[in-house]
Design a protein around this ligand. Structure first.
Ligand SMILES: NC(=O)c1ccc[n+]([C@@H]2O[C@H](COP(=O)([O-])OP(=O)(O)OC[C@H]3O[C@@H](n4cnc5c(N)ncnc54)[C@H](OP(=O)(O)O)[C@@H]3O)[C@@H](O)[C@H]2O)c1
Length: 289
């Protein structure tokens, strides 16, 4: 029987290409997304490259912690899991709250994959040797590194708040790798670099997403964004597929895989013990397992 893999936000963009990469390598892939029509199209596309088991779609809005819990409960009844790719991510031009009343960047980019992972640990241990891959972003480099509360001090700038939520998740990822060391479940972060997807084309055209000093340089910043998100999603998915499957990573854990599919140094703040303590405190309070 084929080993099971789950890819969240796997019905479009980088997630769909990741799902195809795993299906090509023989995994029975479940793609998670909100929209059933896009889900059906994704299943067809993944099936066209699958070498072993048929893929399938499960619907869940991962911006809702209740839906994350329901998804985990469903996946948990289906037995051992070899690979979990937490690919879901979102950037918001305007400040908004999730249905749970939590700032949306933090909710979607950190709390949701945090909760899903914690709720599936038993299935991942049962499927070992296996891997958890958490998709990160170069945006962590421009993030405020304080996590005393969900919302950082200062104004709302979508790109920076997105990066900060991704940093929270990277901090959690590295801690989880240590917790699971010796369990045969490895934990990696994967940086896709950039790609032209619904997320980037929908949000990266407005100067509102960056802080006032960067707004002054908007033509330059915008050109940098355009250049760095010009790649196809299939190229951006390579880091996740590599992190999830490559034999060169056997026996390793707690590593960041860069866009060129090689381990890269961790960004500043990723191993800060105070930030970790605060991220864990917020996560446990807002998304109790
Ligand atoms: N694109 C880039 O340049 C870039 C750079 C660095 C990091 N990343 C990271 O890479 C990952 C994938 O990015 P992407 O650009 O491919 O994103 P995307 O274009 O927004 O991804 C589309 C996929 O996300 C799903 N999705 C969005 N919100 C969802 C939600 N609340 N619940 C469930 N599914 C949801 C969509 O499902 P529906 O079709 O059902 O809505 C679709 O399958 C993210 O973690 C992102 O932060 C991207």
């Amino acid at each position: 029987m084929s080993a099971r893999a789950v890819v969240t936000a796997g019905t479009g963009g980088i997630g769909l290409e990741t799902a195809k990469g795993l299906a090509e390598r023989g995994y029975a892939v479940t793609v998670v997304g909100r929209n059933a029509e896009r889900g059906a199209r994704a299943v067809e596309e993944v099936a066209s490259v699958a070498t072993a088991a048929a893929p399938r779609f499960v619907a869940a809005d991962l911006a809702s912690l209740q839906e994350v819990r329901a998804l985990a409960a469903q996946l948990a009844t289906e037995g051992p899991l070899r690979v979990l790719v937490n690919n879901v991510g979102a950037m918001f031009e305007w400040r908004r709250q999730s249905v749970d009343g939590v700032e949306a960047s933090f909710a979607v980019n950190h709390l949701s994959p945090y909760l899903l992972t914690e709720l599936l640990l038993e299935q991942l241990r049962a499927g070992a040797p296996g891997r958890i891959v958490n998709v990160t972003s170069g945006a962590v480099g421009l993030a405020k590194r304080t996590f005393d509360s969900v919302e950082p001090p200062g104004g709302y700038y979508g790109f920076h708040w997105y990066g900060r939520a991704k940093l929270a998740h990277l901090i959690y990822t590295l801690d989880l790798a240590e917790r699971l060391r010796g369990s045969q479940v490895a934990v990696f972060a994967a940086d896709p670099g950039g790609a032209a997807t619904a997320m980037t084309s929908g949000t990266m055209t407005s100067p509102k997403i960056v802080s006032p000093p960067l707004r002054l340089l908007w033509p330059l910043v915008r050109r940098k964004f355009e250049r760095s998100t010009a790649a196809p999603a299939s190229v951006a998915a390579r880091s996740s597929v590599f992190a999830a499957t490559d034999a060169s990573l056997d026996g390793r854990t707690g590593i960041l895989i860069g866009p060129e599919t090689v381990p890269v140094p961790l960004p500043r703040g990723a191993e800060d013990p105070r930030a970790l303590e605060n991220v864990l405190r917020l996560s446990r309070r807002l998304a109790p397992v």
